[in-house]
Design a binder for this molecule. Structure first.
Ligand SMILES: C[S@@+](CC[C@H](N)C(=O)[O-])C[C@H]1O[C@@H](n2cnc3c(N)ncnc32)[C@H](O)[C@@H]1O
Length: 239
């Protein structure tokens, strides 16, 4: 697999700079993903239930902050750190989070892979619809190691993302046919083609099993699947 034709970090940032509204709807979540609202409620409610003393949360690729708002509606104050490549996204997220959070809210604009946070400081890391921008195996492993290192012992990472099937025929059926049909029903064929084109240009998703194995490889002791529907899955790794 060659990644040279995929979008650069700068191109990804510029595209998301233009897309703040689509990521700001708490009632629907991001509609191009399957079960968007269901996964958002599932993850944020599971976090609150799993951590009665939840205090520190990092959201990488927070977008306009939907997951953070959903979490804060259930638990505040929290010590929140929001990270995104896109300044307009981050500004929207910060604005929405500050309304609800009576705790500390910090933001950092840039690529999370280049950031340094003190080891062992977060109870929870949220990574939704962002890791599919990782490229080769080394990139995935380095990123997962970094995220593992930032968590407290007993802390956890919560992921919702586009995934691939390992079997090519199954991938074609699940992604092109079934997910394609979903996009046509959502809008029309032109919209399906538009979404498929930007995924092809921008994203390099990996199979669910690859990501679960990678979580284990970098040290996560418990790995669990929360939900899978066609080419989207939510899952968790506990340190
Ligand atoms: C598809 S949006 C998802 C936003 C949010 N997590 C949600 O689920 O609503 C992906 C976001 O990740 C950001 N992003 C992509 N790669 C990133 C990276 N390496 N570091 C930080 N942010 C990144 C983009 O700018 C964009 O806002």
């Amino acid at each position: 697999m060659t990644y040279s034709k995929k979008s650069s970090v700068k191109e990804i940032q510029e595209r998301f700079d233009q897309d703040v509204e689509r990521f700001s709807n708490l009632e629907t979540g991001q509609l191009t993903t399957l079960d968007a609202k269901f996964n958002m409620d599932l993850i944020t409610t599971a976090i609150v239930k799993a951590y009665p003393k939840l205090a520190t949360v990092l959201d990488i690729g927070c977008g306009a902050g939907n997951y953070d708002v959903s979490l804060l509606q259930q638990k505040s104050p929290l010590n929140m750190t929001l990270v995104d490549l896109s300044k307009p996204m981050l500004e929207r997220a910060e604005q929405r989070v500050r309304v609800l959070n009576t705790g500390e809210t910090k933001t950092a604009q840039g690529d999370f892979r280049k950031m340094e946070f003190a080891a062992g400081q977060f109870d929870v890391i949220i990574a939704t619809a962002v890791l599919h921008h990782l490229r080769d195996d080394q990139d995935w492993e380095d990123a997962f190691k970094k995220l593992y290192n930032w968590l407290k012992p007993g802390g956890s990472i919560w992921i919702f993302d586009l995934i691939q099937q390992q079997n090519p025929a199954l991938q074609k059926f699940v992604y092109q046919e079934l997910y394609g049909d979903y996009l046509i029903k959502l809008k029309d064929e032109a919209y399906r083609d538009h979404v498929f084109a930007y995924i092809e240009k921008e994203d390099s998703p990996r199979p669910l099993m690859y990501q679960l194995d990678m979580l284990r490889k970098v040290g996560f002791s418990e790995v669990d699947i929360l939900h899978k529907n066609l080419c989207f899955a939510s899952f968790v790794g506990v340190k």
